[in-house]
Design a protein. Structure first.
Length: 82
């Protein structure tokens, strides 16, 4: 009996080689579907959004430097070509 070996390769890459981001400062509204990871440290909240059916990862930072609360979103865009 001959042993046959084959290699399994995922069809989706793990991440973009050169990610492109769009930044939103203090957005009124922003919406994405996916899984989230929340980290609270040093008076700041960091949220990662893993977009559903995509390899895009978005970052939300909520913080305050002794003033009003500020939010910044780094939205990863799908590059046109890689």
């Amino acid at each position: 009996m001959t042993d046959h070996y084959y290699r399994v390769v995922a069809s989706t890459p793990s991440r973009h080689k050169y990610p492109c981001y769009k930044y939103h400062n203090d957005p009124q509204k922003w919406h994405k579907n996916g899984s989230i990871v929340v980290e609270c440290k040093d008076g700041r909240v960091d949220i990662k959004v893993f977009e559903e059916n995509s390899i895009n990862t978005h970052y939300i930072k909520v913080y305050s430097h002794d003033g009003p609360v500020t939010a910044r979103i780094s939205e990863e865009l799908t590059p046109v070509e890689e």
